[in-house]
Design a protein around this ligand. Structure first.
Ligand code: SF4
Ligand code: SF4
Length: 616
């Protein structure tokens, strides 16, 4: 009788679970296939660190992440126990009186205590502490799930006290089994579905941060216009979100009070898919205003513990808007500049030529030069940044490094690509690639982190591979022998005789995308700087606000605060008198913020900082 009752309940609850899962699988399967499983060793390594060892979950929030890890490891450890008890309940086979099962139960005891402690901590955090990333209202569903998990652990521990042949023992067994069945029925429609899908999502996440496959114009690809264009990985992402809010609290746009919230983007995707709104325009799902607020800093994707990728959705939707002529007007002028003059400011090419001549730069010759120096738009036309490049040239020449430049450069295409103008990006990129192939450099040196990412990484999607190194990395290696004598001499130059109090702003495309965080710091320390780290540093910096085409946005019309102002205040709060930068666009944005704040802080580009303290 009990077995029959259990069978009926089992079929009802498992049926409810299967129907909900099937609906989600169907939606994922109906989406254009964007799953990729390249670079298996990297994916396996990340699966081990992020899923098995929960490193990403623990790293940023050690206490909450550690408690979550207890629950996850307990969930895995209890898998066998649940299976054995269900096989018994269904009358299929009974292993519960075997010696190995008795040992297994004992092994599970510390797991049960750890899960209980973990889930009670998470319950209190969610219900009473309520960190902002978890949302403004207490989720009843989360409380119920937490109580389910706590009940499972308590009923398991009670099995050691309540003999199963007693009434209390039988009630305890049924309570445990019914909670598992209820749990099964509830999770697919809740954020706890991540328990089932997140291992797959993490494995399928691209090894490349902000991965944007080129559009194939021959196949008439134009980007994402409506819900039905969202790819299968995007749909999987939408059903994986655990609503932890890590993307939200790390997003500089959200932090500056703008409407963009990367967590909301993922939840809106989920809602649109479940509503079957296949023809709905993505500009209506997310709103166009929000889509243009992203700096493409990558913080959301990098912080997400369950493998969700926000940038393919955000930039994919921008591509759809641009293909329909719906880009904001400030981008229209930038596109015009790129089209007419191949640089973001639309300046005449003679200005670059003048700089090349005045800096005595030779035309690159692979037989004669060690390096090709890529100037970039800023290096070609921005007088301020050219001072930094001259400093870099002095360092290279003093160390007998030979280098040359291309006779002509176009913008690398980053501002076009990240604002969704894929056609223009491909025009610029393929033109540059032709010139680079003809010049045949073995190594490219640049002081622009965006050029490192675009030429060194994005151009690979056209089959062009070359080593592109940022000046901080190259010069750090080049000046290692300068350590003690030069550093002590540089200290003598400070009026107080003390080391300069310096803070370093990590550019997103250097710190987060390229992971180069030690080299700039090694240079600053080597040459007399005492680094005061700002809030948000190293591989999780707060963006300067220039990325994703926002360098060109009208600052007066920005909703909320300016991202650059927020970052400048964070840098100022370190008490440092010098801010060192390593990206021309970060420098432009932060100097603008400094001017608005009328603050007495000195900005120095890293190459100038080094050159001023290095004897030639
Ligand atoms: S890339 Fe940066 S700005 Fe864009 S949504 Fe993510 S965190 Fe926000
Ligand atoms: S997208 Fe990722 S980081 Fe953001 S709320 Fe969802 S699970 Fe958390």
């Amino acid at each position: 009788m009990a077995t029959l009752a259990f069978w009926l309940l089992f079929l009802a609850f498992v049926g409810a679970f299967a129907a909900q899962v099937a609906r989600r699988v169907q939606l994922i399967a109906a989406a254009p296939n964007t799953f990729a499983v390249d670079n298996i060793p990297f994916r396996v390594r990340r699966f081990l660190t992020d899923v098995v060892f929960q490193v990403r979950t623990i790293r940023e929030r050690p206490l909450a992440g550690g408690m979550h890890a207890f629950v996850f490891w307990g969930f895995v450890a209890f898998g066998g126990y649940t299976t054995v008890e269900f096989l018994r309940g269904l009358g299929i086979v009974d292993f519960t009186h075997t010696a190995w099962f008795a040992t297994y139960r004992l092994v599970l005891t510390p797991f049960a205590i750890a899960v209980l402690v973990g889930i009670l901590y998470l319950l209190i955090r969610r219900a009473f502490v309520r960190p902002i990333g978890l949302g403004t209202h207490v989720s009843v569903e989360s409380i119920v799930i937490a109580l389910f998990i706590a009940t499972l652990m308590i009923t398991f521990l009670l099995t050691f006290r309540l003999p199963e042949e007693t009434l209390a023992g039988r009630v305890n067994w049924w309570a445990h089994a019914l909670v598992i069945l209820a749990f099964l029925a509830v999770i697919p429609a809740s954020k706890h579905f991540h328990l089932v899908v997140s291992p797959i999502t993490v494995f399928l996440k691209s090894p490349e941060l902000g991965n944007l496959p080129n559009l194939d114009f021959e196949k008439e690809q134009v980007g994402l216009e409506t819900v039905k264009d969202l790819g299968s990985k995007m749909a999987l992402d939408a059903f994986t979100c655990v609503e932890c809010g890590r993307c939200q609290v790390n997003c500089p746009a959200w932090g500056a009070g703008k409407a963009l919230n990367p967590k909301t983007i993922i939840l809106q995707t989920q809602e649109a898919l479940l509503a079957g709104a296949r023809e709905k325009k993505l500009g209506e799902v997310y709103t166009e205003e929000v889509l243009w607020q992203c700096t493409t800093c990558g913080a959301c994707e990098n912080q997400c513990p369950v493998g969700i990728e926000h940038l393919p959705i955000l930039i994919g939707s921008r591509r759809g808007l641009v293909s329909n002529g719906d880009a904001p007007s400030y981008l229209g002028s930038m596109y015009n500049n790129l089209e007419r003059r191949s640089n973001i400011w639309g300046l005449g090419y003679d200005q670059r030529t003048k700089f090349v001549q005045s800096a005595s730069l030779e035309a690159f010759d692979p037989a004669k030069h060690d390096l090709l120096v890529w100037l970039g738009c800023a290096g070609s036309f921005d007088a301020d940044f050219q001072k930094s490049l001259r400093a870099m040239f002095d360092i290279l020449r003093a160390r007998k490094v030979t280098f040359g430049v291309l006779a002509k450069e176009r913008c690398n295409g980053d501002p076009a690509k990240r604002t969704g103008n894929e056609y223009m990006y491909q025009e610029l990129a393929t033109g540059n690639i032709d010139d680079l192939k003809a010049a045949a450099p073995k190594k490219i040196l640049t002081s622009c982190p965006n050029c490192v990412k675009t030429i060194g990484s994005d151009y690979r999607k056209f089959g062009y591979e070359v080593e592109v190194v940022h000046s901080s990395v190259f010069v750090e290696e080049l000046t290692r022998d300068a350590r003690s004598a030069k550093a002590s001499r540089s200290m003598e130059r400070e009026p107080s005789g003390e080391r300069s109090r310096v803070t370093f702003h990590d550019p997103c495309y250097l710190g987060r995308y390229a992971g180069k965080v030690d080299e700039p710091r090694a240079l600053i320390t080597r040459f007399g700087g005492d680094i005061k780290e700002p809030e948000r540093n190293r591989d999780n910096p707060y963006c300067c606000g220039a990325g994703g085409g926002l360098l060109f946005a009208d600052k007066e019309e920005e909703p909320g605060s300016r991202i650059s102002d927020v970052r400048f205040k964070q840098l100022q709060a370190t008490g440092a008198n010098t801010v060192v930068t390593a990206c021309p666009f970060c420098s432009i944005m932060l100097k603008g913020a400094q001017a608005s704040a009328q603050a007495d802080v000195q900005f120095v580009d890293l190459m100038t900082f080094v050159k001023d303290r290095l004897d030639s």
